[in-house]
Design a protein around this ligand. Structure first.
Ligand SMILES: [Zn+2]
Length: 405
């Protein structure tokens, strides 16, 4: 019983420390009295925590701010350079890596080309070498590397850090965090799928600053979805929530790489161009399309190629229906469109907007915003790094609750 009580005392101490640290992290520069407005703590307890955090190097005391009573309050600031984190995105033909501050601001980045179908062992080796190289160039000590966040396509088990299945990479049951741990044993390493990583950046730096319930849909080589409910990503049972690309849009439609038929991804992403393009190509002898990649079809459509334009018309229609289904299912504040396909949004977004606006809620004048993400391409890497950073700063009680679920 005594042990138990001591244990919970320690836990409360830890929780208090994380609460204070997170308030400073999110709102700095901030004074002691402002902190107690957000979280009630006795003066001596707060002083003790602040001294502790200062000693650990997580926060600094900076300048002074005169308050109305003439008293001068010292301000506290989060030290984002206390350590550093790494964000990684594994793509089919390249690995993107960035070193970031503890606020996920990019310090340096690199992209390393890989062959299609390389082994996980090779990818891990490339990642390890590149982290060393970038850290050296930035004069960073590897002992200050606090977190690594890895984003991959496919189904990911974020609890045990495994890529369960990525058809794009051709991987099954790859324990990616365990593999990286061998080289970085003292670093916290996490894995998630691409779109959830991007959504972490939206939550911190993009649409999530103003919206609590929103969806992020990525369009391009495939279709991705991330669901944010009350500012948290909804993960489902093992982390697979959001396999929206594999919801059935056309019964008995085109066969999908997932084993089903008629999946949305076969109609509202690059796959559609190949599927429908092969059916139509003989009717368009003058087409200049050389292959059915998103970039090629989009470039030709902009040049006025009739087949390319027909393909985009089809994609817009299916994607519009898909977005409408999402609005009707989730009633979100907003849907944010992202992904490499958005570079060519002029070719399809207007039609998608029109179709999706004709939804269940529009009949009762409840509008759902459909917007293009304003984040830049580096959001993938910022989000990957945030995956690790958010875990590092997670209050201990959440960790306990999660371990049980
Ligand atoms: Zn499918």
């Amino acid at each position: 019983m005594k042990v138990l009580r001591n244990g919970s005392k320690e836990l409360i101490k830890e929780i208090n420390r994380f609460k204070v640290l997170n308030i400073i992290r999110q709102q700095y520069p901030i004074s002691r009295s402002e902190i107690t407005k957000h979280y009630k703590l006795g003066t001596s307890t707060l002083s003790y925590i602040i001294e502790d955090l200062k000693e650990l190097g997580w926060i600094n005391e900076v300048g002074e701010q005169s308050s109305t009573g003439g008293r001068r309050a010292k301000l506290l600031e989060f030290n984002q350079d206390f350590g550093f984190s790494v964000g990684i995105k594994i793509e089919e033909r390249q690995i993107l890596i960035a070193l970031t501050s503890m606020e996920a601001n990019l310090l340096s980045r690199a992209s390393i080309p890989i062959e299609k179908g390389v082994t996980p062992e090779h990818v891990v080796k490339v990642i390890e070498e590149e982290i060393m190289k970038l850290a050296k160039a930035q004069r960073k000590n590897l002992s200050d590397l606090l977190g690594i966040g890895v984003l991959s396509s496919g189904l990911v088990n974020r609890h045990n850090g495994t890529i369960i299945r990525s058809s794009m990479l051709g991987w099954r049951d790859v324990p990616i965090t365990e593999m990286l741990k061998i080289q970085f044993p003292d670093t916290q390493i996490f894995v998630d799928n691409n779109i959830n990583g991007y959504t972490l950046a939206e939550l911190t730096k993009g649409e999530g600053k103003e919206n609590n319930n929103f969806l992020v849909v990525s369009v391009g080589a495939g279709i991705g979805l991330s669901v944010v409910i009350d500012r948290k990503i909804y993960y489902g049972s093992i982390g697979g929530a959001g396999e929206y690309g594999h919801t059935t849009l056309v019964i008995d439609g085109y066969p999908c790489h997932c084993g089903q038929r008629g999946c949305l991804e076969m109609y509202a992403s690059e796959f559609y161009f190949e599927n429908r393009g092969q059916e139509l190509i003989n009717q368009y002898p003058d087409t200049a399309i050389e292959n059915f990649s998103f970039t090629e079809v989009a470039t030709r459509a902009r040049e006025g190629d009739k087949l390319a334009q027909t393909l985009f018309e089809g994609l817009s229609k299916y994607l519009g229906h898909g977005i409408r289904n999402l609005i009707n299912t989730f009633n979100p504040d907003k849907i944010v469109m992202a992904g490499e396909g958005m570079e060519y949004s002029d070719l399809f977004m207007e039609k998608v907007q029109n179709m999706s606006h004709n939804n269940f809620f529009s009949k009762v004048d409840i509008a759902t915003d459909l917007v293009e993400s304003t984040l830049k391409d580096e959001a993938w890497l910022e989000g990957a790094s945030l995956l690790a950073i958010n875990h590092i700063f997670q209050e201990p009680i959440y960790e306990k609750a999660k371990a049980k679920s």
